[in-house]
Design a protein around this ligand. Structure first.
Ligand SMILES: O=P(O)(O)OC[C@H]1O[C@H](OP(=O)(O)OP(=O)(O)O)[C@H](O)[C@@H]1O
Ligand SMILES: Nc1ncnc2[nH]cnc12
Length: 118
């Protein structure tokens, strides 16, 4: 599952390499059909993410991918959405992790893999 919007750069490529499907977690109002939504706080305001209700099947294993982990609010909201659909969130994957902001602790117990720590 990739996060709107820069998760869409990396998510589909990784999914293709792994030979698995890709689903979108988007900002509010962008997905058609029945959706679930979760509100969350950013450093600079509030936002809401959505997923289509049929995006994953119960018990399906999911990796969540985005470009950046800051406070963790966005990834946590995405994990909550997927858990509402009874998916098994195995790990969050980001390119850059801003460690000072403690995002990985916020997302716990889901593990975070980051390529670059800053
Ligand atoms: O860990 P957090 O504190 O939640 O922040 C991380 C999020 O912030 C950025 O996106 P942003 O929400 O700024 O939206 P954008 O994709 O429209 O730039 C980034 O792409 C992550 O999705
Ligand atoms: N602290 C931060 N630095 C850069 N980009 C961000 N996006 C959300 N939080 C950010």
């Amino acid at each position: 599952a990739g996060l709107d919007a820069r998760g869409f750069l990396f998510g589909p490529l990784l999914a293709q390499r792994l030979g698995v499907g890709f689903v979108q977690v988007r900002k509010r109002g962008k997905l058609p059909g029945p959706t679930l939504s979760v509100a969350y706080q950013l450093e600079y305001g509030k936002a809401e993410v959505e997923i289509q209700q049929d995006a994953v099947a119960p018990g399906q294993k999911v990796l969540v991918i985005d470009d950046l982990l800051a406070t963790g609010g966005t990834l946590l909201a995405a994990c909550e959405l997927l858990e509402k659909l009874q998916a098994r969130v195995l790990e969050c994957v980001v390119v850059v992790e801003l460690q000072e902001l403690g995002g990985a602790e916020r997302v716990r117990p889901v593990p975070v893999f980051s390529l670059v720590q800053y």
